[in-house]
Design a binder for this molecule. Structure first.
Ligand code: BGC
Length: 737
């Protein structure tokens, strides 16, 4: 039942009429997001909704229960205002897509948009109106577990992925019953948590925020994102939850955002832990005054806002101003007209074969070929005697990855299954080897029943190790599937080391010593310092956490039905201790290439194991005819950069043309390279395509720390175009006053 879009004047009129009829308690309840399932002790969601309504309910994933609660809201609560049902639908609802970091590795915004459109359609069919995504935190520290949820280290790539995800989730019609409201999170700077430790404080200069961490959020606003979530941590000693500069001055004042902001879970209550608020009253007042509309799960708004208004500490106008955008979203989405969900819809929607196709396509496009010595890949389909080895080879959890939807049971095609489906006539032996586990169990593990199994004893692990060796010994080719379990990245999943956990590397070495060809498939949600493998294992495919069709996609690539074309959206450091490591740094002294200053560490090279933007193909490409439209432009004008990309190999394939610039001097020191444009192209053998980029004021200006404002300097620029951040094909131009 599709409703026509309301004009903004109609929306405002309906919202004002609602506000006029609402009691203070009802208004406060619109500012609360309450837990539908696992929540604080206290009255259940139904009871609160019946008495005063609720802005939103989260942590519930049950269509019948949504309808039951909605009926209470519509028919029994005083003003009959529908509830927004919210859930973390991060990379798929039933059809699980590659994790966002993997999608970013496609360097193809169409992958992000199509994946999130399917996720939205399935989630909405289950009764979910609002997802807590996209996650837009730039992350330059591979130890931080939540790097898996975002688009990696770069603001240019991150902004493209941000906008695409918003388009996928929301579409362009808020009443579309196949879309959900998106939420740009975590505003802002969370990716820079000190030491990569989750929730730890963040100190970022305004220049860093504006040049690096804000752009994906601005891109999301441009794409029409309807809501924001504030981050957990302290940003420069002010909690993001109650940071007026962020939520008011920048978000609304400068960027004109007119949606609403929700805290992160328990964020308002956390203001006490952060040593910021004196008590609940103080927390509620200061968060609201800073511009935080909705309190996620802490009850601090519910418990304190009415008192604060009654004793004159807050005005009713302040409350109304916070409620208005929440009601406006409900009106715009048509929830008053269509509050309920057909309980038979999800199964029909989830069965649509296009969704599985989209999942397989997204996984294929996300994978990155890291090594392929002597063209070991693609493998021949007439291969005899294959052994598949590794704790993740047949793990549905590791294949679907981090951030499963609440209550979801993994149902992935594992790598083992994908290979067996690809080669039905071939006997494929399998041994998992020793299992891998977190040393410190995951605090959210209790929500994830499928991962709760007894941990192997050392004896059992040794037996599994020996069985894996025997299985490999009987094969002519070994495919090893190693990496990290799903719970080793994500929230509360930071790591000090980036090595393969457990005995995986030992097993890899022992099997490699047998002298057979070995292919390594990595399933992981962050960069891994696979130094030994990078030198000794002939073929390495970074498959990330590829989602429910992931096993098919791996088989498609290993056997040459698909030529991999993904590129790393993050730098792979040689060691966890090197984090944060990213390409867009400023430099002092001489560049790394100098014979004297080769490394910043004396005990290992500081260069990455794999640079940002890196990825191989089964074919080869050449870049030529780099041309800049003008040698000199005036500040404010644009130049066009063009380059020819040619497939110089024997098979069709994809290349990502990447444009980097370096401003050679300026008001501030500028990063050695910055990505300013990219394009993924598909080319037949021998085919060429001319790719063009534009560099204008948007690309050339930056927030200057020394000037305290946006500047576009008159300066000379180097630029490079090529297949990764070490591209050597170079040109330049000059900007004059
Ligand atoms: C996470 C958010 C998430 C929220 C709701 C928090 O712990 O930081 O990213 O959206 O929980 O589940």
């Amino acid at each position: 039942m599709r409703k026509t879009k309301k004009s903004e004047a109609e929306v405002a009129k309906q919202v004002n009429a609602l506000l006029e009829g609402m009691s203070l308690a009802e208004k406060v309840a619109q500012l609360a997001q309450i837990g539908g399932a696992a929540w604080n002790d206290g009255p259940g969601a139904g009871e609160i909704i019946r008495e005063q309504g609720a802005g939103s309910v989260l942590w519930l994933n049950d269509t019948a229960e949504f309808n039951r609660l909605q009926k209470i809201a519509m028919e029994e609560s005083p003003s009959g205002i529908p509830v927004l049902f919210a859930l973390d639908v991060i990379h798929g609802y039933r059809t699980i897509f590659p994790v966002p970091l993997a999608v970013a590795a496609s360097w193809d915004p169409a992958v992000a948009e199509r994946s999130q459109a399917v996720a939205a359609k399935e989630a909405r069919a289950a009764g979910i109106h609002w997802t807590f995504g996209p996650m837009l935190d730039i992350a330059r520290d591979a130890r931080w577990g939540r790097i898996v949820e975002g688009a990696g280290e770069d603001p240019c790539l991150g902004s493209a992925m941000a906008a695409a995800q918003v388009r996928g989730f929301q579409g362009d019609d808020p009443t579309d019953p196949q879309r959900v409201l998106a939420c740009a999170k975590h505003f802002a700077g969370y990716g820079a948590s000190e030491g990569g430790r989750d929730y730890d404080p963040v100190d970022l200069s305004e220049a860093q925020l504006r040049n690096v961490y804000f752009p994906p959020f601005q891109a999301a606003i441009k794409a029409g994102v309807g809501s924001f979530m504030s981050a957990y941590m302290d940003l420069n000693n002010v909690p993001a939850t109650s940071n007026r500069w962020l939520l008011q001055d920048v978000l609304r004042g400068e960027w004109g955002f007119d949606g609403f902001v929700v805290s992160d879970a328990f964020g308002v209550g956390n203001l006490l832990t952060q040593g910021f608020a004196k008590d609940g009253r103080d927390a509620a007042q200061r968060a609201l005054e800073a511009g935080l509309n909705m309190d996620m799960a802490s009850s601090v708004y519910l418990e304190n806002l009415a008192d604060l208004v009654e004793d004159g500490s807050l005005s009713l106008d302040q409350i109304d101003a916070m409620v208005r955008p929440i009601l406006a979203v409900k009106v715009r989405m048509g929830l008053f007209e269509n509050p309920y969900t057909d309980e038979t819809l999800l199964e029909k929607v989830a069965a649509e074969p296009e969704s599985r196709e989209a999942g397989r396509w997204a996984a294929q496009r996300s994978m990155v070929l890291l090594r392929n010595q002597d063209g070991l890949l693609p493998l021949s389909k007439t291969q005899q005697k294959i052994a598949v080895i590794g704790p993740l080879a047949d793990s549905m959890e590791a294949t679907e990855g981090s951030w499963m939807v609440f209550g979801h049971t993994p149902a992935a095609v594992t790598v083992l299954e994908g290979l067996r489906a690809k080669l039905p006539g071939t006997a494929i032996a399998y041994a998992p080897g020793p299992e891998i586990n977190r040393d410190v169990p995951h605090p959210f593990g209790e929500f994830n029943t499928s991962e709760r199994k007894p941990i192997q004893t050392p004896e059992e692990a040794e037996a599994a190790f020996q069985t894996a060796l025997e299985t490999a010994a009987g094969a002519e080719l070994v495919i090893m599937v190693l990496g990290e379990n799903a719970d080793m990245s994500g929230e509360f999943a930071s790591r000090g080391s980036l090595d393969l956990p457990g005995r995986q590397e030992e097993l890899l070495k022992a099997i490699s010593a047998m002298g057979k060809p070995v292919v390594l498939v990595l399933l992981n949600g962050r960069p891994l310092s696979i130094n030994w493998a990078a030198e000794h294992v002939p073929a390495i495919l970074e498959a990330w956490q590829p989602g429910s069709q992931g096993g098919h996609a791996v088989a498609d690539i290993l056997f040459g039905d698909v030529n991999p074309g993904g590129k790393l959206p993050v730098t792979f450091p040689r060691n966890g201790n090197h984090a944060p490591l990213y390409y867009a740094r400023t430099l002092t002294h001489l560049p790394e290439e100098s014979p004297r200053y080769r490394s910043r560490y004396w005990d290992s090279p500081t260069t990455p194991l794999y640079p940002f933007g890196f990825g191989l193909s089964y074919t080869t490409f050449a870049f030529s005819h780099l041309h800049v439209s003008a040698a000199q432009i005036k500040a404010g004008a644009s130049v066009t950069v063009s380059v020819d990309v040619t497939n110089t190999g024997q098979v069709a394939g994809d290349e990502v043309a990447q444009l980097y610039i370096h401003q050679k001097w300026g008001s501030d020191s500028r990063p050695r390279r910055e990505l300013k444009g990219f394009a993924r192209v598909t080319l037949q053998p021998g085919e060429s395509e001319t790719v063009t980029f534009s560099l204008g004021p948007d690309e050339l200006r930056y927030w200057s720390a020394s000037a305290g404002r946006w500047v576009q300097d008159a300066a000379t620029f180097d630029l490079w175009v090529g297949s990764d951040s070490t591209a050597t094909l170079q040109a330049g131009f000059e900007v004059v006053e």
